[in-house]
Design a protein around this ligand. Structure first.
Ligand code: IVH
Length: 671
């Protein structure tokens, strides 16, 4: 077998395994075997760039998008939403209107689940995914193709036969409960704001500029609407069954109903049964099945007359508030948490709910022992929505009041002007804050120290081996190996991981040191603007706020951090340990050539070999200027895949040439 043949065979095989795993949920090989085959394919593709194919299963994770974000694309057919109702009698009205509209002609209603994610439009040409666009305002949306490619249940190339040459298929991108819970647990550990529900999480994820991160978050997608000039059949249900054969994930919970009674039975069944699904649903959608009849019924100004969404009521449970405890985060925020008698709610047993802050608690007028309504309604983190005041007996429990002192270290709490939260100000001595900051420092997005998780940090802390993150760099394998349940090998692993973290780039060091309000993105922005730690530490308020995206709140926080002697000492110890305190020189390099001297260049589309940011840097290093809007003075457009039609037309009309990625790389001698 030639390499080319092997590449093709592996692609086909991996596509089949992806389909078995993500669409059918019935894998036939182990993850390890899959990874081995994927690695082999990647090796072969790297050695044979002439076989490159953006639809290869190896291309599910592409390069990062530029900071400009997503291109706006016009929908070929506007993406309408549906008329909504919470009332069964309005469902009956809908049914009667359809009967009348079709002048008594027999019809069927296709009943489906209403998935609670965000709608997506996928465009296929000749059996290949060419574009994925969010709903946006219904007329134009964001081109999120690079991110959607990472969703394993969406086929990049179609299976089977009979698909129209060009078609659109619409559906819902979802974050399954399991991925959602994992993501929020991670965010909680990092004290990042939690997503309120899987829908927000899915939409936040799809708008990320890093497909790698999107891939990690494990989105899924169900497809529910096929559009083409020539559809396989007149039946909506039948068309979706065909789409399933082509590799799309189509819900099994679809029924064609011939009477209102059957429709109501479908609604009743799923009102309870949906709690057992792996994804969030918020109702059912009823559609006239015949496409011809759909056309006959037509549309109002905003919604189709041939469909309606019936929404389920948010699920609630009534339970008894047993206690309120207080959690102290790494930044010292003290959050009240309600603990109540365990109750089942939307498929899980809930025992706790965040009470956010004191304002929230006071607004509820909570007393211990109160019967409280807990709600999920698409929100996985349960919320206490109300107190059942009528069930209060003669004996009213203690009123819930914010504690005055830190539950962990006893320090009186403080509240800052304009903030709802209470803080423990003892940042130098309060154990969960100190430990939390070390955990943050070693976490994946910060220094990413292999083998060091919350548990090990806890052990190191309890053994008195580390008091802050700088102590990590003094650790010897022999000390670590004496910890309970720690083998020599893991100890060595940890020490190596710590050593390796010395080459983690400056922007992540800046994130890791834990300045309040300086998250991953802000750290990157500051690092790019000031280039090194000393410049950040010395920056004045006006210099900080002059940086785009940096407001007064962040600026003040940076200044406060570096004004504190303890923080300065901590940072100095990290410098001595040898961490990266400046941006790598690569980006500042003297011009690599003057191949692009005097040229002003626009970057558009998605690229295979470098990210857009890398192309920007390359343009500058070769003497060119990257510009953002096209004019007759523009020298050329560096055009990637999926370049917007509007930009393309504009370039053509101004006579600005398009240069593709390969040609560009040749121009700068990287071809
Ligand atoms: S059909 C013209 N089917 O609900 C009909 N939509 O409020 C287009 N949705 O924007 C939509 N599950 O995001 C349809 N089985 C389903 C759906 C569904 C969820 C969403 C979709 C749409 C919104 C309508």
């Amino acid at each position: 077998m030639t390499a080319r043949e092997e590449i093709f065979a592996l692609r086909e095989e991996l596509n089949a395994h992806n389909y078995n795993y993500y669409v059918l949920s019935a894998p036939t090989i182990s993850d390890r075997e899959f990874d081995e085959k994927m690695r082999r394919l990647q090796e072969l593709e790297a050695a044979h760039p002439e076989c490159f194919d953006p639809a290869s299963p190896s291309q599910r994770v592409g390069s990062d998008l530029g900071s400009e974000g997503f291109r706006q694309v016009l929908h070929a057919r506007p993406m309408l939403s549906l008329a909504n109702t919470y009332s069964r009698s309005e469902v009956e009205d809908f049914y009667r209107r359809v009967e009348q509209g079709l002048n008594g002609e027999p019809f069927e209603i296709c009943c489906e689940l209403k998935f609670d994610g965000l709608s997506i439009s996928l465009i296929y040409e000749e059996g290949r995914l060419v574009r994925a666009v969010t709903r946006g305002d219904g007329v134009r949306g964001d081109d999120v193709t690079a991110n959607v490619r990472t969703i394993r249940s969406i086929p990049l190339t179609l299976r089977g036969e009979g698909w129209p040459e060009d078609f659109e298929i619409r559906g819902e991108v979802l974050m399954p409960w399991a991925s959602f819970e994992r993501l929020n647990a991670e965010r909680e550990a990092n004290e990042e704001p939690l997503f309120a529900n899987p829908r927000n999480a899915a939409s936040g994820t799809l708008k990320l500029l890093s497909p790698t991160e999107v891939a990690r978050r494990q989105l899924d997608a169900y497809l529910y609407y096929l559009l083409a000039d020539e559809l396989p059949t007149d039946g909506h249900f039948e068309n979706l069954q065909a789409a399933r054969q082509w590799g799309f994930k189509v819900s099994d919970a679809m029924r064609k109903c011939g009477s209102l009674e059957e429709v109501m039975a479908f609604i009743n069944y799923w009102d309870t049964e949906r709690k057992n699904l792996p994804v969030a649903t918020d109702g059912v959608v009823l559609k006239v099945n015949s496409v011809r009849q759909q056309e006959q019924l037509g549309y109002t100004a905003k919604v189709p007359r041939w469909a309606i969404a019936y929404k389920f009521k948010a699920e609630q449970a009534l339970t008894r508030l047993s206690s309120v405890t207080y959690q102290v985060g790494r930044m010292g925020t003290v959050t009240p948490v309600a603990n109540f008698d365990a109750v089942p709610l939307s498929g899980t047993i809930v025992r706790r709910a965040t009470l956010h802050n004191d304002d929230f608690v006071q607004a509820l007028d909570l007393h211990i022992g109160d019967m409280v309504y807990v709600e999920k309604g698409g929100e996985i983190i349960p919320k206490i929505t109300a107190v059942d005041v009528d069930s209060r007996g003669m004996m009213l429990g203690d009123k819930v009041r914010m504690v005055a002192r830190c539950p962990e270290c006893g320090t009186p709490l403080v509240r800052y002007e304009g903030e709802a939260a209470w803080y423990c100000p003892n940042d130098a001595g309060c154990p969960p804050q100190l430990k939390g900051r070390i955990e943050h420092f070693v976490s994946r997005k910060a220094m990413n120290i292999d083998g060091l998780g919350g548990e090990t940090v806890d052990l190191l802390w309890s053994a008195g081996l580390v008091h802050d993150a700088a102590d990590l760099y003094q650790l010897r394998a022999i000390d670590v190996s004496r910890l309970p349940r720690m083998g020599q090998k893991s100890a060595l692993n940890i020490v190596h991981g710590i050593e390796a973290s010395k080459s983690v780039p400056f922007e992540r060091v800046l994130f890791a040191i834990g300045i309040r309000f300086v998250g991953e993105t802000v750290a990157k922005t500051l690092a790019q603007a000031f280039r090194n730690m000393d410049a950040v530490a010395a920056a004045r308020l006006d210099e900080l706020t002059a940086v785009p995206e940096i407001g007064e709140k962040i600026a003040q926080s940076v200044i406060r951090f570096f004004n504190d002697d303890r923080n300065r000492t901590f940072v100095e110890r990290l410098r001595e340990a040898g961490l990266q305190f400046a941006m790598s020189e690569e980006a500042d390099d003297a011009p690599a050539s003057d191949a692009l001297k005097g040229k002003s260049i626009i970057i558009s589309g998605v690229f295979q070999h470098h990210s857009r940011d890398e192309y920007k840097a390359l343009i500058e290093r070769h003497g060119g200027t990257n510009v953002s809007s096209i004019s007759s003075k523009t020298s050329f457009v560096l055009a990637g895949e999926n370049m917007g039609p509007a930009k393309r037309e504009k370039a053509e009309s101004l006579g600005v040439p398009l240069v593709n990625e390969q040609q560009f790389l040749q121009m700068i001698g990287e071809g």
